[in-house]
Design a protein around this ligand. Sequence first.
Ligand code: AMP
Length: 268
Amino acid sequence: MNVVSGKVAFGIALIVLLVGGFVVYMKFFKKTTTVEKREKFRDLFIFFGPPACGKGTLAARLKDELKFISVSTGDVLRQNVAQETELGKKAQPLMAKGELVPDELINAMIRDWLEKQSATRSPIILDGYPRTVQQAKTLVEMLKGSKNNEFRLRIMRFTVSEQEAVDRIVCRVVCSNKSCQKVYSTKALKSKVEGICDVCGSPLSKRCDDTEDVIKKRFNDYMKSESEMLNFFKEAGVEIQTISAEQPMQKVFEAFKEVAGVNAISES
Ligand code: AMP
């Protein structure tokens, strides 16, 4: 009897020890991996998605609410067009036809922008870049050359049908102030005062490339280059995560936070 109860006590003590050890190990392990992740990597998200999938609106929300930093190559180009810079003069006729601006100009623009982002460790979003395999290759080289390989590349792909994209574009209006460019929809996301931007009070207008013909061309060209770029990144071993952008923006926002594990990022 004594031998049996001794064995039972030993068994219980062993289980308590094992469970306790496991809990302590998990706590320690979790802590060190989070610290390592925070110190070592800075997340750099590429937002892939056709025109009007809402990636610009999502990026703006992540900037406002979770302190992300983002760059939209389309927005920067439009600012250059408005300021009539050399880049703007070269880009304007191509943009109006829905054609791409040459890779060398865009790569130089992004290199320059990335170099200026070292003041914080905030996650970065690239919206509208890369748009070609050549740009994707250049980006990977740029990141390899960054200080201590600091970036962790993450790809978020937002999907929307062509019909939905066309419907959204037809209703899209944008703040005419080129340093604002907030996007509204005359159907789903109205400004408080019709035709006036909530943020800066400038008039809203339609983008000159937001016509049905141009959007169809941009959509189809985009889908072709997206699949080439995704193949390139798959071969490079980068994980691709897909989110449906047909759902309302709040749901897209929640899905992004879930998939990206954003709560952990925003704590760092
Ligand atoms: P978006 O605002 O992203 O729809 O871009 C508007 C236009 O800017 C595109 O139709 C292209 O003419 C040009 N553009 C934006 N990003 C790029 C890029 N990464 N490469 C080449 N052209 C671009």
